[in-house]
Design a protein around this ligand. Structure first.
Ligand SMILES: Nc1ncnc2c1ncn2[C@@H]1O[C@H](COP(=O)(O)OP(=O)(O)OP(=O)(O)O)[C@@H](O)[C@H]1O
Ligand SMILES: [Mg+2]
Length: 589
């Protein structure tokens, strides 16, 4: 009897299905997690990713995952969860990828033994629900400024910001950056504008100089001097209480004859066209001056005629200002963007305490200080190299988001693996209440949670088995007083991370657990991959499908090729049954 095992699909189409497909997906996810495993925690290492053009040095899980250019279709899910964690919480991307892959690793034996993936998913979701409740129960409220505990709240937030910075390049400069970050975010919180954090806090990078020369302008904005034309040198570059006009208009002498065909019969007519062009621009410029503006900014170019005109009348102008900077200036100074210069009124002008063009490092900056609406903050980062500053910016982004989350949830948990150990203990106990396969799934999930303290210890060069057994003993102690014991990064062994001030917002942890569980369920629910080749390029897909082993396809980075090799451990068979028919079948599919 012929056993077909053939799926009739277009030539070049590959499918892989069944248990081996699941196992191969799990292997791929593990391989991806292996690449970022060593970056976790204060002693985590950084990764240098070179994409052929640009070098990026980073410790941030989301950034590394984004740059890895992961080709495996299932492993891409991990990239997506790290991205969503980055958008949603900002920090904790490494932890979430590690946790997801560890859950999958724990589930692999069950898959191999033939437990149906839906059963696994069901119990993973149950574990997730139980854990979210437990995190809520365990979390500790942060002091509220409403009860006159403003200073206390600030201290607690500084600890959260510091925990996020601990693992980053800036860890040695927490004393400078944590209070900065907290002050900026707290202000937004008071003004009820937390959600708009990415529009209201801007980070400017100036290479060169010491990192400790970084500073913050609260209620101020700074942006790099834009391209300037002749006449710029004669402008006044310092104002007190200036009136600011913001335009989305081009202030340049336009040659209209280049845009239209004009038939003329005498030189006078030609002159009249040229005069009209000059009249148009002069009218625009005089409108700006008439309304009483001292500073004119435009998203579009401001040419040399306009620059000279404004300089002669004691105004300052800058064209081609970045969109985000423009929006921030509007928010801070109360100015309204104008799309025309006719009929300008005084109420569209904004104002600020002082304006100055200043030298910062090698760059000239336009700085607006003491803006009436103190919502906006600019953090100016300094540092030796471009890569350093880029990584500093990512770290500041992480800690800004963490402070935001802490203010939103008003609750924190202790990090350093303490919360994970406590959750693991809780889930192990809960598992005993469940009969059947669920018990094993819950216990395995509980074991997977231990990956965080284990990896923190490993990365710090400690014996993780010792540390973990000490932690288990502490957390299982009957007195219940050792709830917050986690990895002691400084001295080795274990310590109370709550007392040490390693704090994380509780909703950060809930998010990680949910995202990791969801990712695990998604990967477990895929039992077949079908890859259609592009019509023009029938060989394109075959090289990349796990198990196909065929050449071709997009070249992969070495790191990812390794990931794919590991993934291919699941095995499968491929072949060609003449034109139009190809098959690929997993061993158990
Ligand atoms: N001083 C400390 N002692 C022990 N653990 C710490 C300390 N500071 C931070 N941690 C722990 O380090 C982990 C965070 O590490 P890291 O910042 O590298 O990864 P992440 O936050 O998961 O991802 P990413 O920051 O890349 O988005 C958390 O579990 C946190 O509790
Ligand atoms: Mg972090």
């Amino acid at each position: 009897m012929i056993r077909p095992g053939v799926i009739i699909l277009r030539e070049g189409t590959d499918t892989s299905q069944g248990k081996p497909q699941l196992v191969s997906n799990i292997n791929a996810c593990q391989a991806v997690a292996d690449t970022i495993r060593t970056t976790l925690g204060p002693c985590g290492m950084d990764k240098l990713v070179f994409d052929g053009r640009k070098v990026t040095i980073s410790n941030d899980g989301a950034t590394i995952m984004k740059l890895l250019d992961i080709a495996h279709p299932a492993a891409k899910t991990l990239v997506d969860i790290s991205m969503s964690q980055d958008d949603e919480v900002g920090d904790g991307t490494t932890s979430v990828v590690l946790l997801a892959s560890e859950i999958l690793k724990e589930m692999k034996p069950f898959v191999e033994e033939g437990v149906h993936p839906q059963v696994l998913s069901k119990y993973i979701r149950l574990s997730n629900e139980l854990l979210l409740k437990k995190i809520e129960e365990l979390s500790i409220p942060i002091a509220s400024s409403a009860n006159g505990n403003g200073q206390l709240q600030q201290d607690m937030l500084i600890k959260c910001a510091s925990t996020a910075l601990n693992s980053k390049l800036l860890s040695g400069h927490q004393d400078l950056f944590s209070p900065m970050v907290v002050k900026a975010v707290q202000y937004l919180h008071e003004c009820d504008a937390l959600e708009d954090i990415s529009n209201l806090i801007s980070i400017k990078k100036i290479p060169g100089g010491d990192v400790r020369k970084s500073f913050m302008l609260q209620g101020g904005i700074a942006f790099k001097k834009t391209f300037s034309y002749a006449g710029f040198e004669q402008m006044s570059k310092k104002f007190t209480d200036p009136k600011i006009l913001i335009l989305n208009v081009e202030l340049e002498l336009k040659s209209e004859r280049e845009n239209a065909e004009v038939r003329i019969s005498s030189p006078e007519e030609y002159q009249s066209i040229v005069d009209a062009e000059w009249d148009i621009i002069y009218e625009k410029l005089s409108n700006c001056v008439k309304v009483g503006a001292n500073i004119v900014l435009s998203k579009l170019p401001i040419g040399d005629l306009a620059t000279q005109y404004f300089a002669d009348r004691g105004l300052f102008c800058a064209g081609r200002v970045d969109d985000k900077d423009m929006r921030m200036i509007c928010k801070a100074t109360g100015a309204m963007i104008q799309t025309t210069t006719s009929e300008l009124e005084e109420n569209v002008l904004g104002t600020c305490g002082t304006f100055e063009e200043k030298q910062v490092g090698d760059e000239r900056f336009n700085v607006f200080l003491d803006c009436p609406r103190k919502l906006t903050t600019t953090i100016v980062l300094r540092g030796g190299s471009e890569q350093f500053i880029a990584e500093s910016e990512r770290s500041i982004h992480d800690s800004l988001q963490i402070v935001k989350r802490a203010l939103q949830s008003q609750k924190i948990v202790a990090g350093g693996g303490a919360i994970e150990m406590e959750l693991s203990k809780f889930l192990k106990e809960k598992a005993l209440d469940i009969k059947g396969k669920g018990q094993f799934v819950l216990s395995s999930f509980a074991k997977a949670l231990e990956i965080v303290p284990r990896q923190l210890a490993d990365n710090a060069g400690f014996d993780s088995t010792d540390v973990l057994s000490l932690l288990r003993t502490k957390h299982n102690a009957v007195d219940g007083g050792s709830l917050w014991y986690g990895v002691d990064i400084i001295n080795g062994g274990i310590c109370n991370t709550y007392d040490l001030g390693v704090w994380e917002p509780s909703n950060n942890k809930s998010n990680s657990v949910s995202a990791a569980s969801e990712a695990a369920c998604v990967i477990l629910s895929i039992d077949e991959t079908v890859r259609n080749p592009k019509s023009q390029d029938p060989g394109a897909a075959t090289g990349m499908l796990p198990g196909s082993g065929a050449p071709g396809g997009k070249p992969m980075s070495g790191m990812m090729q390794n990931a794919m090799d590991v993934a291919q451990g699941g095995g499968g068979r491929t072949g060609n049954l003449g034109p139009g028919v190809s098959y690929m079948k997993g061993r158990g599919g």
